[in-house]
Design a protein around this ligand. Structure first.
Ligand code: PHE
Length: 357
């Protein structure tokens, strides 16, 4: 009996004194383990007479339960304390400003995408998308590039590996296939822009194998060249943030538009900086035209009922012009210093009313 009391008071004291989980486990083993003191007492039951056993059995069981319970309680307390300590050392002050070296910046191309979307969004255009890996039909044939037509070659197309017995897919060479996807999936009136990546096998100071375009497409009843001109002149004024812009539409050829025109704007060069709007030189900034009747027919639209215009522009060069970046190559070098210098705050979304840049 005195054994029971001594062991219990000593065990409970040791449990209380255990300062961490390892120390507590050592106490548990010393008392309740196979060779522990409490277990040793339990073993004596076997040697007792039935009467003794009847008296001692419940007492020893109660001892074992009380010690085990004390271990569990202490374990819970130690675990909670350990968690508290961990939380205290790992706290983050979310109100601290970020370190300058960790602040990200929006790439100028992405900024210009946002600006273009804001301007056309204001004119009622929505944004459409298509895949970067296209089939020949969407990239060429439906856009009225006849089989074997030399215009296909000017695109320096990247071809994917052809599946057995099938035609190879291509990396889209322009965003114009999104015109086809939009017209075959929807009905006029249509007013979309399609920003995206395009690919051509070309690599020098002014060309990169991947670059960015924004396509535009308007299909409605009674659309004519005047709408095209007005829309694009308004765009250029808004984009370059100038009140007036002298522009000309110079006849050109694209298989998918008729007539086709490249848009030139006047500019002046002041040292290294270029100012768009007026001046004595012309700069070509985009391709455009009235959607070819064959393209409309290929998409199930009756050209006698609906007309439209389309345009496509290279975003990388527009960004260079607007933000005075002299070289295209750093665009794709992921140089953090360059991005910090030319990049934009990601949370300042451009809007026509709130300011573009
Ligand atoms: N897809 C043409 C290009 O990449 C641009 C363009 C688009 C021209 C739409 C006319 C109309 O060169």
């Amino acid at each position: 009996m005195s054994d029971i009391n001594t062991i219990e008071s000593e065990a409970l004291k040791a449990i209380d004194a255990a300062g961490d989980l390892a120390a507590l486990d050592a106490v548990r083993v010393a008392e309740l383990g196979k060779k522990g003191r409490v277990s040793g007492l339990m073993k004596t039951l076997g040697r007792m007479s039935p009467e003794e056993r009847q008296e001692m059995g419940p007492k020893l069981n109660a001892l074992k339960n009380r010690v085990a319970e004390a271990v569990e309680i202490r374990k819970g307390a130690l675990e909670a304390a350990a968690l508290e300590a961990q939380l205290a050392t790992e706290t983050l002050d979310m109100t601290l400003p970020p370190r300058p070296e960790h602040v990200g910046a929006l790439h100028p191309v992405m900024q210009v995408f946002e600006e273009v979307a804001a301007i056309f969004g204001d004119m009622g255009f929505s944004v459409a998308e298509g895949p970067d890996i296209e089939d020949d039909w969407h990239n060429f044939t439906a856009l009225n590039f006849p089989e074997g037509h030399p215009a296909r070659e000017t695109h320096d197309t990247f071809f994917m590996e052809a599946p057995e017995g099938g035609a190879p897919k291509v990396l889209r060479t322009h965003t114009s296939p999104v015109q086809i996807r939009t017209m075959t999936n929807g009905k006029p009136p249509i007013r979309i822009i399609a920003p995206g990546r395009v690919y051509r096998n070309d690599w020098d100071a002014t060309h990169t194998p991947m670059f960015h375009q924004v396509e535009g497409l308007v299909i409605e009843k009674g659309i004519h060249m005047g709408h095209l001109k007005g829309c694009l002149i308004d765009f250029v004024k808004a984009f370059f943030e100038v009140d007036d812009v002298e522009a000309r539409f110079r006849p050109h050829f694209f298989p998918f538009t008729e007539p086709s025109a490249e848009m030139d704007v006047k500019y002046t060069k002041d040292g290294q900086t270029i100012k768009i709007g007026a001046g004595d030189s012309w700069m070509e900034i985009l391709g455009s035209g009235m959607v070819h009747p064959n393209v409309l027919r290929n998409c199930g639209i009756d050209p006698d009922e609906y007309q439209g215009f389309a345009f496509g522009m290279g975003i990388d060069r527009l960004a260079m012009l607007k933000y005075g970046m002299p070289d295209l190559r750093p665009y794709f070098e992921a140089d953090a210093a360059w991005t910090r210098h030319y990049g934009f705050k990601p949370w300042l979304t451009p809007s026509v009313s709130g300011g573009l840049s």
